[in-house]
Design a protein around this ligand. Structure first.
Ligand code: CIR
Length: 256
């Protein structure tokens, strides 16, 4: 069960952030509306929100997930792989320290983006990507091991369609892993019930279990129907403006 989440309001320079996709320029009024709906959804799932003010020094800072990994007993502060996002960690640190007394860090030359970390019960999959490097993964795995978790790496550097591991897989509880079709053959995922997301709906693979709901992006009916058929309770959210900046549902909050 999660009880809280940290989010950060998008700034009016949100469109200046990083992106690899060519889906057009995000419209600020729509960005703010979709973010407000997202916050409402988290509250509907029972979470108390800490809503941080926009950080105009960091246009990508609404994607708070990339700054930390929050476990039951400790927070690991990340070290984002993109230079323009490095300062986001210092900016959010005090908000995390309000809730966690044990803070661990990733140190140079290690880099880790929270979006590359997928927790499945007591195991963490660590994506090695253009943002998370092997040294960062090594440091994180050592922290997780000290905290009683296991970890393994998933190399996504050859996959051109996803930025982070969690763009391609999501653990939604009940031993179920949502996975983009092209990643479904990974032997590390064989022990899960796989919900394979077809190529035309691959953005939908980034979904989030929040207590008894699954947040899913609007526009992926096959995926939403499959969740429902398996007994999950989807909560559909408009994400078009965040998708334009390579962001997904998980990126917009730190849940704990
Ligand atoms: C970036 O490129 O870093 C942002 N524009 C998007 C970050 C998305 N975060 C995530 O998937 N965890």
């Amino acid at each position: 069960m999660f009880t809280r989440a940290i989010v950060r309001l998008p700034g009016n320079n949100f469109a200046d952030g990083l992106t690899t996709v060519d889906l057009g320029v995000p419209q600020l009024d729509q960005v703010l509306k979709q973010h407000a709906w997202y916050c409402d959804a988290l509250r509907e799932c029972g979470l108390e929100l800490t809503v941080l003010t926009p950080d105009l020094r960091h246009p990508d800072s609404t994607f708070v997930e990339d700054t930390a990994i929050l476990t039951l007993h400790a927070a690991v502060l990340c070290r984002p792989g993109a230079l323009s996002r490095e300062g986001e960690v210092a900016a959010i640190r005090s908000s995390i320290e309000r809730f966690y007394s044990r803070i661990l860090t990733i140190d140079p030359p290690g880099t880790v983006d929270g979006g590359d970390i997928c927790e499945a019960e007591d195991h963490f999959f660590i994506g090695i990507s253009l943002r998370t490097n092997e040294e960062g993964a090594r440091q994180l795995a050592a922290h997780l091991s000290a905290l009683g978790y296991t970890a393994s790496t998933v190399d996504i550097r050859r996959m051109t369609t996803i930025l982070h591991l969690k763009s391609g897989i999501s653990y939604i509880g009940d031993n179920t892993l949502v996975v983009m079709d092209e990643m479904a053959g990974n032997p590390q995922f064989a022990r899960f019930n796989l919900l394979r997301v077809r190529a035309t709906e691959s953005y939908g693979a980034n979904c989030v279990r929040v207590n008894d709901r699954i947040l899913v992006a609007a526009g992926f009916p096959w995926m939403t129907d499959d969740l429902t058929a398996r007994g999950f309770n989807p909560l559909v959210l408009h994400m078009s403006e965040f998708q334009k900046m390579d962001g997904g549902l998980s990126c917009l909050s730190l849940r704990f």
